[in-house]
Write a protein that binds this ligand. Structure first.
Ligand code: GLU
Length: 445
C-alpha cells in the first residue's frame, strides 16, 4: 500500500539527531511504498515559530537526503481549524472553561495529595449561563476543552504492538487557548484527515496523544490512520536530548564534517535490531529498514559510534561521489589514484584536504636526524625509473635493503616522513605513483 506520511516539526528551534528520526522513518516508508511525504510545519504557536527555523529544517532535511513531495504550514490553515472547532462546539464536544492556571494547579495538587490521578474534573461543564456571563464581564476569556468519551482506545502499533489506553485516566484536552490560538492536538488531526495521511510515525512521547486523537479522528471522519511510535534517543546516561542541545543539532553535525548519509543511517538504525553499517543512499537504507525492527527500549546516542560509522562510510566512498563533495576546482586536483590511496586513512571526508595539500603542494618540512637525512638522500639515487605503478615501492625498498642494510621501520619511516611530513598515513606503495618520480626526487634531496 502506498502510504501518505508526514513530518510535522514545530519551527521553534534547530532540529537535532533525535528529531530527524521520525522524519527519516516517514521518508523511508514513503520510499518503500512509492508513497508521498509531506513536510508540515506545526507553526500554530505564532510567537515561538520562526521562518528562519523552518528554512533551517528544510535545509537539514535536504542535507540528509529528504526532498518532501509537498510542504505545508499550519499557519496558512486557521480557517479550516475554525470551521472544525465550530462543528465540535455544535456537537457539544468542545466546551468553554475559565479556570486560571493557578486554580488548575491547586486542584491537581489536591488530587495528588489524596493519591488520585490529576485528571481535570470537568467542573466547567456545570457552569450556568450567568456564571459564564460573569466571567466574561470580568474580562476573562474561555479556553476550550474537548469532551472525551470515556472508553478504551486500542490500536495495533507498527512498532509497539497492541496498545490499549483508558481515556478515563486522561484529562479533557485543551484544544484552544484563552487567546484563541490552537494547541497541537486539533490542527494535527484536521490536517492528517485533510491531507489523507495514512500512517503517522512519531515518538513514543505521543502515545497518549494518539489515544485522544484517535477518538477525534473517529468523530470527524469515521476512521483513523495507522500508527507507529518509535523509541526516543537519549544520551548515554539516559537523559533526553533537548532541542537546544546545540552540539547534536543537524547543523553542527554537518559543520563537524559528518556525511549526511552517515547521520541519516545512524539516526535510523540506532535502537533497532539492525546492525549500524554504511549504506549508499536512502533508497538502499529503505530496503533494510522495517518499523518492526525498532526496539521498544530507548536508543542511546554515542558519538563515537557515529564517528565510526562515518569513517567506514568515507572508506567506501566512490571517486565520483568524492568529487561531488568538492568544489569543481578542488575536485580537478583529486585524481582517482589519490582518492583510492588515501580514503582508507580518512576519518572525516574533510581530511582529504590534508592529503591534497601534501601531494599537490608538498608536505611540511620535517627535521630528520642526520643519519636518516643521509639515508634519504642516498635513497633518491636508487629510485626506479618511470613509469611507476603499485610495485614500484617494493622494487625500490628491496634495492634499498640490499644497498644500505636498513630494514623495517628504520627503512620506511624516514622515507614516509620525507614524502608526507607525517609518521602515519596511506600505504606508501599506493601513494608513491601518485606523487610521481620528479616530486619524489625533489622531496628526497
Ligand atoms: N509538532 C509535533 C512534534 O514535533 C508533531 C507530532 C506529530 O508528529 O504529530 O512533536
Amino acid at each position: 500500500m502506498k502510504h501518505t506520511v508526514r513530518f510535522a516539526p514545530s519551527p521553534t528551534g534547530n532540529i537535532h539527531i533525535g528529531n530527524v528520526r521520525p522524519a527519516l522513518m516517514n521518508w523511508l516508508v514513503a520510499l518503500k511504498t512509492g508513497g508521498t511525504f509531506i513536510l508540515r510545519y506545526d507553526d500554530t504557536d505564532l510567537e515561538r515559530s520562526r521562518t528562519e527555523y523552518a528554512e533551517a529544517i528544510a535545509a537539514d532535511l535536504k542535507w540528509l537526503g529528504i526532498t518532501p513531495h509537498r510542504i505545508e504550514k499550519q499557519s496558512d490553515r486557521f480557517g479550516l481549524y475554525d470551521t472544525v472547532a465550530e462543528r465540535l462546539k455544535k456537537m457539544g464536544r468542545l466546551y468553554p472553561c475559565y479556570e486560571t492556571p493557578e486554580e488548575l494547579d491547586r486542584r491537581r495538587k489536591r488530587l495528588r495529595a489524596r493519591g488520585l490521578p490529576p485528571v481535570y474534573d470537568r467542573s466547567a461543564l456545570d457552569l450556568s449561563d450567568e456564571q459564564i456571563a460573569a466571567f466574561e464581564s470580568e474580562g476573562r476569556s474561555a479556553h476550550w476543552r474537548f469532551k472525551l468519551e470515556i472508553e478504551n482506545i486500542n490500536w495495533h502499533d507498527h512498532i509497539r504492538g497492541d496498545i490499549e489506553i483508558d481515556l478515563g485516566s486522561v484529562s479533557d484536552p485543551v484544544l484552544i487557548r484563552a487567546d484563541g490560538t490552537y494547541l497541537y492536538t486539533l490542527p494535527s488531526v484536521v490536517d492528517d484527515i485533510d491531507m489523507g495521511i495514512s500512517m503517522v510515525i512519531r515518538g513514543e512521547d505521543h502515545v497518549t496523544n494518539t489515544a485522544v486523537q484517535i477518538q477525534i479522528f473517529n468523530l470527524l471522519s469515521g476512521k483513523s490512520p495507522e500508527f507507529a511510535h518509535h523509541n526516543l534517543l537519549t544520551s548515554m546516561t539516559g537523559e533526553g536530548l533537548s532541542k537546544r542541545l546545540g552540539s547534536l543539532s543537524i547543523q553542527s553535525l554537518r559543520e563537524k564534517g559528518y556525511e549526511g548519509i552517515s547521520v541519516a543511517t545512524f539516526a535510523v538504525l540506532v535502537g533497532t535490531s539492525e546492525a549500524i553499517a554504511p549504506s549508499g543512499d536512502l533508497e538502499e537504507l529503505a530496503k533494510i529498514f522495517e518499523l518492526t525492527k525498532v526496539s521498544k527500549s530507548p536508543a542511546k546516542f554515542d558519538e563515537t559510534e557515529l564517528l565510526s560509522l562515518n569513517t567506514r562510510q568515507v572508506h567506501q566512498m566512490t571517486y565520483v561521489s568524492a568529487c561531488a563533495h568538492l568544489e569543481n576546482h578542488i575536485a580537478a586536483e583529486l585524481s582517482e589514484e589519490l582518492w583510492v590511496a588515501v580514503r582508507g586513512n580518512l576519518e572525516k571526508f574533510s581530511d582529504i584536504h590534508v592529503w591534497l595539500k601534501i601531494v599537490n603542494e608538498g608536505p611540511d618540512e620535517i627535521d630528520l636526524e642526520s643519519s636518516d637525512r643521509e639515508f634519504v638522500i642516498q635513497a633518491a639515487e636508487y629510485l626506479p625509473s618511470a613509469p611507476w605503478d603499485a610495485n614500484t615501492w617494493k622494487t625500490w625498498t628491496n634495492t634499498l635493503k640490499e644497498k644500505t642494510g636498513r630494514k623495517g621501520k628504520s627503512l620506511f619511516m624516514p622515507l614516509r616522513l620525507a614524502l608526507t611530513g607525517k609518521s602515519h598515513g596511506p600505504e606508501l606503495a599506493a601513494l608513491l605513483p601518485v606523487i610521481g618520480l620528479d616530486k619524489t626526487r625533489a622531496l628526497l634531496s
